[in-house]
Design a protein. Structure first.
Length: 361
């Protein structure tokens, strides 16, 4: 099923590519945490549901994304190109509305190996057909622990090898919300369940931190432990970093993308700032050489909006754009992709004259 396939890829992807993704763009994901009569764990990130020493974390507040102006515009564009029809088809299979019922998702890891990763998600209402679909997964097994069913099955992964996936489906608040927890290690699964259930029972307020107000938030707290195989010439740059965070927020019709890096010292922080400034300049120069390339010109426009600053050993990159501008850009790129696909398809078809011409002996 999709959840197990996604989770089986997360740790390696996080270890080798997440750093670049944090500095480049926000990613979109779906799902959520949970709700109870005494305590609401809402869509914003609640640090108490993840370990304080997590090496990395990604959180998407889909509930806020749905109500944001950018989210509404993206939904309309998705509807225009028929993506919502595909979502409806998925909804009919899983047994709940994947657009409206999925609220947020949190993924984290105590390290960068596959077995270190945990995913927390919740669904408004019940879990639909998910538990039934798991029965058909390869190698399905189930056990009972503390009056809860632990589902497990083999998550197929041609790249990193198949691995067993453990999942708990936990109804909350008399079934009004369903908590999903997944992990490749059963011990991590139970720790995540206990941490979340304890938080549900707590009446303490959610502490405010750097993730507050973010539609998307991601962090790597232990950059030094990132596996460096495959990093190549970038390994020296990555080695300068202690911690990296990224957040996407929206306010007053403006979208703000922020990336922060804590660097080992001020000298290297200034080198990181220079590197980032040079990369932005290269993007703009490349666009000058390809004035008819929509992708290049769009990237150049985005690069021109980025402001990079350094304070001590801290480097900050911020891009602010109004929602209407981003929506226009998104619409242009969708239309460009459709036209390119149409032109390529037409070019591959024989002309009417060619198709009607008699065969030569």
């Amino acid at each position: 099923m999709p959840t197990c396939h996604t989770l089986s890829h997360v740790p390696h992807h996080a270890a080798r590519r997440t750093l670049t993704a944090l500095l480049a763009a926000a990613t979109v994901a779906v799902a959520t945490l949970c709700l109870t009569p005494t305590r609401t764990i809402a869509a914003p990130l609640d640090r108490a549901t993840s370990p304080a020493d997590a090496s990395w974390l990604v959180h998407v507040d889909v509930e806020s994304a749905h109500t944001s102006q950018l989210g509404k515009a993206m939904m309309q564009e998705a509807k225009n190109v028929g993506l919502l029809a595909k979502a409806d088809a998925v909804s009919s299979v899983v047994g709940f509305d994947v657009i409206d019922n999925l609220k947020n998702i949190t993924l984290y890891g105590s390290g960068f190996k596959r077995e270190d990763t945990v995913i927390l998600a919740s669904i408004a209402g019940n879990s639909g057909n998910l538990e039934g679909l798991m029965l058909a997964a390869p190698g399905y097994q189930s056990t009972r622990e503390n009056k809860r069913t632990i589902h497990s099955f083999i998550a197929k992964d041609a790249t990193h090898g198949d691995a067993r996936m453990y999942v708990i489906v936990e109804p909350i608040n008399n079934g009004q919300t369903t908590l999903l927890i997944g992990a490749n290690d059963q011990g991590n699964l139970m720790n995540a369940l206990n941490r979340t259930i304890n938080r549900v029972a707590s009446t303490e307020a959610t502490p405010t931190d750097s993730a507050a107000g973010s539609i998307v938030f991601a962090e790597i707290n232990d950059v030094a432990s990132l596996p460096m195989e495959g990093a190549g010439e970038h390994s020296a740059t990555i080695g300068m970093l202690n911690r990296v965070t990224m957040s996407l927020t929206e306010s007053n019709q403006q979208v703000k993308l922020t990336a922060d890096a804590d660097v080992v010292d001020e000298q290297r922080a200034d080198q990181i700032r220079q590197l980032a400034q040079g990369a932005l300049a290269m993007v703009q120069i490349a666009a000058m050489q390809k004035p008819d390339d929509l992708g290049a010109t769009t990237a150049s426009d985005m690069a021109s909006r980025v402001k990079i600053e350094r304070q001590g050993n801290h480097v900050n990159a911020t891009m602010i754009s109004d929602v209407s501008s981003l929506t226009r850009t998104m619409r242009m790129m969708i239309e460009h992709k459709k036209n390119t696909h149409h032109n390529n398809h037409s070019a591959s078809q024989p002309s009417q004259a060619e198709s009607s011409a008699p065969l030569q002996p």
